[in-house]
Design a protein around this ligand. Structure first.
Ligand code: PLP
Length: 382
């Protein structure tokens, strides 16, 4: 039998070994790691809400009132007032009949795709979709097809092909992210929505990196473009800009009713702690308030500042610096860390081989000096 040591050695030799880094205090703009203060450009806490006092208080209050754990799965006795309040808030915010929350975004994707798809259905994904969407699609046993990133001609070709061949009862689902997690670019959403309608398919939109950042009430890219009413399944995480943890699907009532009957990660797992749901609700309340708008404006001025310095068009809070091979990415990341900036190296299999990169994420809380300092220490335009 092969030993774990052998596998670890192979990973090391390929420059693909990963290990954990513990940030001792603070996670947002400045953190300490091994006794040093560093500026964190790696968090998805885009608005800084995870350390917001109102969220922390909401979590503490929910814990005192409802306990540290939920005690059972949601369908048994684990559904507590914070879960219900959170889901009502998500549905109201997204303008859908209903919503269902999950322990995290990963479980949401796997749960939704597994619940709605089965053998004989077809799911078509953008090539750069997040691992959880791919895993969910694979586990569903539906036929899985992939189109090159944002290639709407290829998407149309696949839709036409399957629309002509699929029996009437089979489902045809397109899956895309709105802001892509490792490149920070956006889906060509209006075109995708039109194609999905033209070929009578369904659309699952994962707004993980757009929630809180795009749209007048922070709903995401669909709201920004005014197409939210035309998307059957609006999915997202509560662990990034919302500042807590969890995931959600917002949809019409029958789909949500079906989901809670079929989604295995929802059914066979203890409900998330009430503190998590209460903090998520509080995060959404802030995102939809004037303060949320102010935080978004601050984030966007930080995005503009960095993208201008590196000569890119601003499209999201994620700014990749593609370096190519694993070693260069690791060395560059380490050199930055020595200068006091945390910008992680992202390697295969998170990104395709040969496109290892620094993934810089911006937050509303970064200062102009920190961004300029980071830029001065980045390698010359590769
Ligand atoms: C982070 C992410 C998820 C998973 O969300 P978690 O709450 O972290 O599990 C899902 N989809 C995309 C696109 C993501 O970037």
């Amino acid at each position: 039998m092969r030993s774990p040591e052998d596998e670890l050695t192979t990973l090391y030799e390929e420059g693909l070994l990963r290990s954990l880094r513990c940030l001792e205090s603070g996670r947002l703009m400045s953190a300490t790691s091994e006794g040093r203060t560093i500026v964190n450009f790696s968090s998805n806490d885009y608005l800084g809400l995870s350390r917001d006092e109102t969220l922390v208080d909401a979590a503490c209050e929910a814990t005192r009132r409802h306990g540290a754990g939920s005690g059972a799965s949601r369908l048994i006795s684990g559904t507590l007032p914070p879960h219900k309040a959170l889901e009502e808030k998500i549905a109201e915010w997204k303008g859908t009949q209903a919503a269902l929350s999950f322990a995290n975004g990963y479980a949401t994707a796997v749960g939704v795709l597994g619940a709605f798809l089965s053998k004989g259905d077809v799911v078509i994904l953008d090539k750069l979709c997040h691992a959880c969407l791919i895993d969910g699609a694979r586990q569903s046993e539906a036929t899985l097809r992939v189109y090159p990133h944002n290639d709407l001609n290829k998407l149309e070709h696949l839709l036409r092909h399957y629309r002509e061949r699929l029996p009437g009862k089979s489902r045809l689902l397109v899956v895309t992210e709105s802001v892509f997690s490792m490149d920070g670019d956006r889906a060509l959403l209006p075109g995708i929505v039109s194609l999905v309608e033209q070929y009578d398919a369904l659309l699952l939109l994962d707004e993980a990196h757009a929630v809180g950042i795009l749209g007048s009430s922070g709903q995401g890219l669909a709201e920004e473009l005014g197409v939210e009413d035309r998307i059957t399944f609006q999915m997202g995480t509560l662990g990034k800009a919302v500042g807590s943890g969890g995931g959600y699907l917002a949809a019409s009532r029958p789909w949500i009713d079906l989901l809670l009957n079929r989604a295995r990660p929802f059914i066979y797992s203890t409900a998330p702690p009430p503190a998590q749901a209460a903090a998520s609700l509080c995060g959404i309340e802030i995102i939809t308030s004037p303060r949320g708008k102010e935080l978004r404006n601050r984030l966007w001025s930080n995005i503009s500042r960095l993208t201008e310095l590196v000569g890119k068009t601003p499209s999201s809070a994620i700014v990749p610096v593609i370096l190519g091979d694993n070693e260069t990415a690791l060395d560059t990341s380490l050199a930055l860390l020595n200068k006091g900036y945390l910008a992680p190296a992202i390697r295969f299999p998170t990104v395709p081989r040969g496109s290892a990169r620094l993934r810089i994420t911006l937050s509303a809380g970064h200062t102009a000096e920190a961004i300029e300092g980071l830029h001065e220490n980045l390698p010359e335009s590769p």
